[in-house]
Design a protein. Sequence first.
Lengths: 296, 297, 252
Amino acid sequence: MSAYMTGIIIILCLNIIIAYSVFLPAAAGQLNLGAAGFMIIGAYMDAYLSSADEGLGLPIALTIPAAALFTGLIGFLMSFPILRTKGVYMILATFAFAEIVAGIVLNMEVVGGASGFPVTTHTELEVLLPVTVGVVLFGFYLISTRFGLSMRSIHDDESVSLLFGVNTHLVKVGAFTIGAVLGGLAGALYGHQFDYIEVQNWGILFSIYVLLYVLIGGTQTPWGPLVGAMFFTFIPEILRAVGDATGIELFTELRFAAFGVIIVGMMVLRPEGIMTRTFLELLFRKSTPKSDIKLS
Amino acid sequence: MLILQQIVNGLMLGSVYVMVAVAFTLTIGMLNFLNFTIPALFMVSAMITWAATAAGFHWLVAATFGMIVAILASLVIERFTYRYMKAKYGDATEHALPLVSSLGFLIIFEHVVIMIWGTDPMTFNSPFAHAKFEISGIIFGIPQLISLALSLVLVFGLSLLLKKTQLGRALRSIAEKPDTATLMGVDVGKIVPVVFVMTGFLCALAGILFTVNYQHVSPYIGDHVATNAIAGMVIGGLGNIWGAIAGGLLIGMVEVLSIHFWGADIIKVPVWTLMLLILVFRPAGLFGHTQIGKGKF
Amino acid sequence: MLNLRSVEKSFGGLKVIDNVSFSVKKGSRTALIGPNGAGKTTIFNLLSGIYEVDNGSISLDNNDITQIPARKRIDIGMSRSFQNIRLMPHLSTIENVMLGQHHLANSARENFFPLGLIKSNKWAKLAEQSLIEAGLGTYPGQVVSELPYGIQKRIEVVRALVSNPKLLLLDEPAAGLNSSETAELQILLEKASSTGTTLLVVEHDMNFVRNLCQHVVVLNFGRKIFEGTPDEVSKDPQVLEAYLGGDDNNAS
């Protein structure tokens, strides 16, 4: 595999994991614009635990899960204040959370502050790829459970879910916390791929992109974050390739702007995301065709 | 003296935040829509003002270009975010759609500007670079003073407009009861673009004044200003114009003072912790007032 | 079984439920009728715990339930449907019905069993069975928002039924249904009633009420104005006045 392809697959894997992190609360109707915060916590926790020079030098088999769980703990604690908010307020609250995390880490000299922190244990795809597959499978599993059903019910109608005995608060805390674990996992894995981490990588724009993966992919099914992350990773590369192949530089230069156009266009054509329930039904139809139903 | 000078500088910077914060708070208050194209409109008007001046136009002509482009862009944005959604679902609060579309526009504008002018910060040769006066040792930049006055007058006028005029009543009826506004004879399809024109106007003015005052532009200036303006809006309470003014000025002062005394980074943590606490425990803002943004987006 | 004693509720100083008392006998089918704005849906919201009672008390099987939170009321055997369809629009028919089973399956093990991956689990079978019994077996995998109104309306009743309620609250279950759909709904409700479920129905369609219910409670302006059999109700001058005085002539 060429270095170029490997590079794209690494980015794709990390994008997929962080997309599931934001997808889980979104599937329960909670929009999280703080993906950067989880990513930073996971990345720095793991780097500090595993780095041989300036950290503790622990093995990554230990540090990656520890970083993910630690991020989950922070997410769990933060979910209580954050889930008191709704809608625009929640978007802003999660954004504030990410800014607080970035601010704290920037001022922590023990992890290098603004100059970043080296990660000494390098891994290739042998760790990242299986973990990504695991995360995707986990996403599909979780949505298929009654817990996942409760999440999706809350997304559609929280007060009716409550009347049917769903502990809506607990489910929302759960979805947010599991999301935090996955976010921390993505952060931890990032460090071992790129060998160096700095807070500046994870600003507001990062959180925006992750939220876009999820909303463009669709929040109704576990296919959403997978397709959304792939869409966002491949489209710029495809546009670049088209630019290179045709020799029209405009494609290469315009690829991010074109990307914005595609986002706006997607919202016009598929406002509920690419992967909706009805779209999946079309793909894997087993039951009677629709026309029969209209007759009854 | 030094502190007073910093407070003056902070108020000047704050006046830019005020305009952007009011733009945010208007769209949230009126339409329940967190408009992420605001940083892009700010940046585009600043870049065009700089580029047209660099191309030899008088700075006023350049600023007019910036203003017109921002307002037209805002109307295009209205067409593809709010209005489209309204037509399709009848209720803008139900879907994240306008939010996503506005993020799409943010990406488009930033990258088109980068494509044309690159990512390097540019210097704007202000015609007023040396226009300043001194009162007992405190330096007042004249353009900054003008922009502070202008932003306050404008926002004051805006809130009068909302209170006293027919247009203002129509806008408030949309904010309070979007479903019945139509029944009360308000043409929602005509009124909503007004909000977007106001947004474009405020952002463009802020962008132009920022360019003239601080004499540098880059494709990324919008992000920093918008982030601080959002903080100012939250402090003042979502949907509250007077809150946005106070919050914007406060954030400007806190930023300038803290950079002066402690350096740039440390202040982020207390400011954003305060934000989070306000959002969670006092969503109406520090000064407590009726907030408008209630529903989902 | 269900007892309301001097229940009162105000919104912003306006008394919408004023000193309402009535009882629903175990196993009975009771209708709650009245002109628009009489407070029928408010009574349902008080019964299901969405609103808190200002004054008075509600008891079920001689236990005071006035203070029980909305989420727990399904555990004590109360389930309801809604005037406007409140199905989960992005879930399939069978998933909506499975939501109705939620409180029966509320253990950690059940919550994390992959229902959607192992299709032949007992909950899916139960849900499918209930749908077939209700004559809705054709659409288990369909996303409900795509189904016709009359079918959605009946799915809502099935969803409420699968929670095995002692008391089923139905808010205008027949509204918007055509005559054959209404007939099917009636069969479904009679079947539920025959297995011991108590029914309390808000309904405008007086023919439906007459066919289904033995007992009728009439509300007007938040007060109970009459209580009796369907025949007595249609002869009572106060009730007639309430309906003719108002703008609602559905009580034929």
